[in-house]
Design a protein around this ligand. Structure first.
Ligand SMILES: Nc1ncnc2c1ncn2[C@@H]1O[C@H](COP(=O)(O)OP(=O)(O)O)[C@@H](O)[C@H]1O
Ligand SMILES: [Mg+2]
Length: 376
């Protein structure tokens, strides 16, 4: 059960004796706990019986993992869940094959139908008993991953979730041919890839690249958008009701205005409100900005101009191409080629930090904007 710092002594907690479910920080794992998203759940369920590769896309903290996990649990189908980000090594900036295998292995061991998979793998000469040794050549690890998919395919219908799959492009072994093989040959396996860096996931799959082994293969895309204003308010009201806390509508309104409909931020606000009251809004911004700072630093270190461009757009609120160029030129005291700025803007869109609406760029998430203004 979720541990909730600060809430334990809150009078409402003592009265109701329940820990919150709507405001829990882990991804939701049951449809009962999922607010809204009925359409997306239906699409995903239908896709599971029809499609072989499904993409679930949207900003960080928008509810991708929750949607996938809650929907899969509700179908009763066996599924394997691999958090690719966990396999990513910050230092080498790679996803070492053995770390990926380890994620897969531990997920296989949690399967309810584990014994059947283990048996199938044993026949193929693979044992899941021990973690793979670091010294094993990467190709061998990839072979084990391939066999794990073969074994899963023997179970009948099964889903394999690759969460935050854009990280697969940092894999030390080429996975696209392997995944293309899964797609083409393993008819019982449905791959579900989620991604917050939408453009980068598209690049990994190669949707614009006919030479990619995965080209033209994905069938269904589900895009999660932030809740609109009314939904966001409802979400907070319902969460507070669950905790039997009365919260002034004006506070709810302000929280939604500042945090927008990114459900992850609303969850943080809901939890912090119990300790801090209305100050929780600022608290979420501070805490969120710190979290985002780490994510930004990792991503923005890849070009010397990303930070300038982000600052331009965050400062201006909405910025046209020319505004960005002028701003960056003024900041640097020299011109950067149009091609360079165009490339970097495109990449920032791909990473999901900014979006382009009607020829104007804006920062997609209000906390990211806040973090840029504060830290960059
Ligand atoms: N539809 C939803 N209803 C209630 N809570 C949600 C919903 N979607 C996400 N959450 C909550 O929001 C936070 C972020 O969700 P998560 O699924 O981890 O997002 P993502 O995978 O997109 O980063 C978690 O606290 C999760 O419990
Ligand atoms: Mg997630």
């Amino acid at each position: 059960m979720t541990r909730l710092v600060g809430l334990k002594y809150h009078p409402c907690y003592l009265v109701s004796g329940v820990l919150p479910t709507l405001f829990s920080v882990e991804p939701k794992e049951s449809l009962q706990d999922l607010f809204d998203r009925e359409d997306e759940v239906r699409k995903l369920r239908e896709g599971l019986s029809r499609e072989r590769l499904i993409l679930v896309l949207g900003l960080r903290r928008i509810g991708k993992s929750s949607l996938v996990l809650a929907t899969l649990s509700s179908t009763g189908h066996p599924f394997v869940y691999v958090d690719v980000r966990r396999a990513y090594d910050d230092v080498s900036r790679r996803v070492p094959a053995e770390r990926l295998y380890e994620e897969l292995r531990s997920s296989l061991l949690r399967l309810s139908v584990r014994e059947r998979v283990l048996e199938a793998l044993r026949r193929m000469g693979v044992s899941l008993e021990y973690p793979v040794k670091v010294r094993v050549p990467a190709e061998e690890v990839r072979d084990s991953i391939a066999k794990a998919f073969d074994a899963l395919n023997e179970l009948g219908r099964v889903a394999v979730v690759l969460d935050e799959a854009q990280y697969l492009r940092y894999s030390t072994v080429g996975l696209r041919p392997l995944l293309a093989h899964v797609y083409d040959r393993l008819r019982n396996v449905t791959l579900i890839m989620t991604g917050s860096e939408v453009g980068l996931l598209h690049d990994f799959i190669g949707i614009d690249d006919p030479s990619s082994p995965l080209y033209g293969r994905y069938g269904l895309t589900i895009e999660l958008r932030p809740f609109d204003e009314e939904r966001s308010r409802q979400f907070l009201r319902r969460g507070f009701e669950e905790l039997r806390v009365r919260v002034d509508e004006r506070v709810i309104g302000r929280a939604v205005e500042e945090l927008d409909g990114v459900v992850g931020w609303l969850v943080y606000f809901g939890r912090l409100y119990l300790e801090k009251g209305a100050d929780a809004i600022d608290e979420v911004k501070e805490m969120g900005a710190k979290l985002v700072k780490k994510e930004l630093e990792e991503a923005l270190s890849r070009s010397p101009y990303y930070a300038h461009i982000m600052r331009a757009i965050a400062t201006l609120g909405r910025a046209r191409w020319k505004n960005v160029v002028d701003y960056v030129t003024a900041q640097l005291g020299r011109r950067v080629t149009n091609a360079t700025i165009a490339r970097d803007l495109r990449n920032l869109v791909k990473m999901g930090f900014i979006e382009k609406v009607n020829d104007e760029y804006r920062v997609a998430d209000p906390i990211v904007r806040y973090a840029v203004l504060k830290w960059l």
